[in-house]
Ligand binder design. Structure first.
Ligand code: FAD
Length: 469
């Protein structure tokens, strides 16, 4: 095969693109990945999952050193924040991860190309390099993995200094005294938590009457209560209507949806986290005849093929939850289908995690959704308060809730809030993948003392036989 001819060209090196590319290369395909940004890894590695978790980790240590160490008998003189070092550590973590992808591309003989990819038609992609030079590559298949970008509100234009998206919120040069977070979803709560822990007075303004969108509201109530205890303020059912950048901050006007009352408040920094939209600018979709839905998402069939044969799309740029692991599994499925395999993604077991303190982790249907769909369920719930390991750790807030089908006992969902639940959720997912029941979970060994015993007790509680309460 000629140097500029491939089996698969992937546009975008985020978790969907790079994981799909690696799987395709493992299966013997000749693969190229085109990336317009300087580093590989997309939103997730550069300005999303990884840097946000690095700052959440550091800021959690900062709070623990100030408030929790004393109870363990550890005396710390005066805890001081060195924000520069914290941000530099985050950057180092990002660099290790993005360089890891360069290594993986080499290892799997994937051609990484720096430049902007444009589809000229089935089997043909143009790449424009930073120097303006273009080259045209030939390929059997094209995979669009161009991801998403933050939604911008017309009255809150990003300057990434005073009015920031997730990108600006990861590099603030100093802790703002006050921060308004517009949007009470995952990104708003996580990044709001970082700056609140570091000393900012954070107010979250949310349009709906709930936090976390469709997330189990029992879980969200525990999270909200804890964040309020730590000083975060929430204005629910509130619409932001305007803003005005003044010398040392931003005046934000908002209106209560309950009584229509308008208020103006000032904050040093406003973080807008009202959602993300698919990114397809300049990709050549219109010229090629690739169809999008009204929300701008590329339309695909069950095999992730777009309206043009031989061109596929995955990840944030198509419908479904905008999550890295969802993008990854879709990338793997496309690679396997192209290599003659089946390729399959089980959308019933996509987990969702909010990495706050406490964490929230969910999979499958909620009680609310079961009611809407008329599915009869049994619910088992167990608190961390009754768990020895949680007590030893010194954090006993939260619970695990297991949802099982009333007739068959098949696991339909799990909703957790508390210590370490971002890890605990996975035993339920594996059990669900095997079509398991709450009894399967309840009869499985769980080492003592571990936080995972709460999952088991919640499974036992489905049949009303939890032992430790
Ligand atoms: P992306 O990661 O967006 O990658 C797309 C890539 O395509 C980009 O690198 C872009 O430069 C490139 N590209 C686009 N167009 C072109 C073109 N024409 N030519 C060349 N290159 C192009 N998800 C989780 O699962 N867990 C988390 O904890 C989590 N935390 C997050 C925190 C934040 C602050 C944010 C913003 C997001 C978070 N997400 C998280 C979401 C996650 O980052 C996305 O779901 C994921 O990155 C989507 O992967 P993707 O491959 O579809 O696209």
């Amino acid at each position: 095969m000629a140097d500029n001819q491939f089996d698969l060209i992937v546009i975008g090196s985020g978790p969907g693109g790079y994981v799909g590319a690696i799987r395709a290369a493992q299966l013997g395909l000749k693969v190229a990945v085109i990336e317009k940004d300087k580093t590989y890894g997309g939103t997730c590695l550069n300005v999303g999952c990884i840097p946000s978790k690095a700052l959440l980790e550091s800021s959690e240590h900062y709070v623990a050193a100030q408030h929790d160490f004393a109870a363990h008998g550890i005396k710390v003189p005066k805890v001081e924040l060195d924000l520069g070092t914290m941000i530099a550590r985050k950057d180092k973590v990002v660099k290790q991860n993005t360089e890891g992808i360069t290594f993986l591309f080499k290892k799997n003989k994937i051609t990484g190309i720096n430049g902007f990819g444009k589809i000229l038609g089935a089997g043909k992609v143009e790449v424009k390099g930073e120097d303006g030079n273009t080259q045209v590559l030939a390929t059997k298949s094209i995979l669009i993995a161009s991801g998403s970008v933050p939604v911008e509100l017309p009255f809150l234009k990003y300057d990434e200094k005073r009015i920031v998206s997730n990108t600006g919120a990861l590099i603030l040069p100093q802790v703002p005294k006050t921060m308004i977070v517009v949007g009470g979803g995952v990104i708003g709560l996580e990044l709001g938590s970082v700056w609140q822990r570091l000393g900012a007075e954070v107010t979250v303004i949310e349009y709906t009457n709930r936090l976390g969108g469709p997330t189990d509201q029992d879980c969200m109530n525990v999270l909200k209560r804890n964040l309020e205890k730590e000083g975060m303020k929430f204005l629910l059912s509130t619409k932001v209507t305007g803003s005005n950048v003044v010398g040392d901050g931003v005046e934000v006007t908002y209106e209560s949806l309950t009584d229509g009352k308008a208020t103006t408040a000032k904050a040093e920094v406003v973080l807008v986290a009202t959602g993300r939209k698919p990114f397809t600018t300049g990709l050549g979709l219109e010229e090629t005849g690739i169809q999008k839905d009204p929300q701008g998402r590329v339309i695909v069939d069950n095999h992730y093929q777009t309206s043009v044969p031989g061109i596929y799309a995955i990840g944030d740029v198509i419908a479904g939850p905008m999550l890295a692991h969802k993008a990854e599994e879709e990338g793997v499925a496309v690679a396997e289908m192209l290599a003659g395999g089946a390729g399959h993604v089980n959308y019933n077991t996509v987990p969702g995690v909010i990495y706050t303190h406490p964490e929230v982790a969910t999979v499958g249907i909620t009680e609310e959704q079961a009611k809407e769909k008329g599915i009869e369920i049994n619910v088992g719930k167990f608190p961390f308060l009754a768990n020895g390991r949680a007590r030893a750790k010194g954090f006993t807030e939260g619970f695990v809730k297991i949802i099982a089908d009333k007739k068959t006992d098949k696991l339909l969902g799990a909703h957790m809030v508390g210590p370490g639940v971002s890890e605990l959720i996975h035993e339920v997912i594996v059990c669900m993948e095997f079509g398991g029941s709450s009894e399967d979970l309840a009869r499985s060994f769980h080492a003592h003392p571990t936080l995972s015993e709460v999952v088991r007790e919640a499974a036992l509680a489905v049949e009303k036989r939890a032992r430790q309460m």
